[in-house]
Design a protein around this ligand. Structure first.
Ligand SMILES: Nc1ncnc2c1ncn2[C@@H]1O[C@H](COP(=O)(O)OP(=O)(O)OP(=O)(O)O)[C@@H](O)[C@H]1O
Ligand SMILES: [Mg+2]
Length: 266
């Protein structure tokens, strides 16, 4: 690949004419696709994971999410973490408390790659534990490929933008996901809120980059924060949620398996 290889060439060669027409996408492409990211995308194209980028799903602070197609024309979500503009010092702080990432180097690129790899590993653990979350496909450097949760080219709505039709039932399902995440996958999501739940309309957890092994000394504090966010959201819909400390105790297995806790006040 010539040294000057840039995003314009990537757009041409990714065979997506739609992309050239979409100025929003063009802007994002310029910002996200540095040379090493382009190389990573080519690697994924050569492996057959990726064939075409169709459009931007979301432009976040640390990452952008794209809808892409694999060689068979099946949709997938591609989450691409930015390297040059990432807050890698904060990422580093969050990573080193997790026993799986204790010995990483404080180097920008390395930290971002480890960050993407942690999200992949977390999605793998979650899916092995049967928790509703996107199925991971692969991770390479700062690019994570996973199942696309949506209809046509639209992602399912975030719970933030589309409140659940059955808040009580949704709360119960989310609570059991958080409990299974802790007890079976041994993870705390650590960034749980209505922003990181998609409704299919069944609730699905997304955005696992912050999720940490329960052996992290901060895990308990982050679990409490997750539960408080959940309770605060559902109380707005008059869901009679139990005391957060009771919920936390149940998640930690300190109250037997009273799966009725979530229903206690219903
Ligand atoms: N697997 C997926 N399928 C469909 N849409 C997705 C998927 N993952 C993410 N999205 C969409 O992209 C948005 C942003 O994703 P996510 O929450 O993972 O990233 P973020 O908050 O920008 O990232 P981070 O907090 O890690 O910087 C989601 O709100 C959702 O609309
Ligand atoms: Mg998010």
């Amino acid at each position: 690949m010539p040294a000057s290889y840039g995003y314009e060439s990537f757009i041409r060669e990714s065979k997506s004419e739609k992309m050239e027409k979409d100025s929003e996408l063009y802007k994002v492409v310029a910002e996200v696709f540095d040379k090493s990211t382009l190389m990573t995308l080519y690697h994924l194209i050569n492996k057959g994971v990726l064939n075409e980028l169709c459009g931007v799903v979301s432009t976040g602070k640390e990452a952008n999410v794209f809808l892409a197609l694999d060689r068979g024309g099946n949709p997938l979500a591609l989450k691409i973490y930015r390297i040059a503009t990432s807050d890698f010092r904060t990422m580093f702080r969050y990573l080193v408390g997790d026993p799986r990432f204790r010995s990483i180097r404080k180097d920008r690129r390395h930290v971002v790659y480890e960050w993407a790899s942690r999200e992949y590993k977390n999605l793998l653990r979650a899916s092995e534990a049967g928790i509703p979350a996107p199925k991971p496909i692969c991770v390479k450097n700062n690019v994570l490929a996973m199942e696309f949760l949506g209809e046509g080219n639209r992602p399912y709505p975030r719970m933030r933008d589309h409140p659940p039709e059955n808040p009580k039932g949704t709360f119960k399902k989310l609570f059991s996901s958080v409990r299974a995440l802790y007890q079976k996958a041994r993870l705390v999501h650590s960034d749980l809120s209505e922003y990181n739940v998609l409704l299919t309309p069944e609730p699905v957890l997304i955005d696992f980059s912050m999720a940490t092994d329960i052996a992290n000394p901060m895990a308990e504090e982050w679990l409490r924060r997750d539960i408080l966010n959940l309770v605060k959201y559902f109380r707005k819909f008059n869901v009679p949620t139990p005391d957060p400390e009771e919920l936390i105790a149940e998640i930690r297995g300190e109250r037997g398996s009273s799966s009725e806790t979530a229903q206690a006040r219903t």
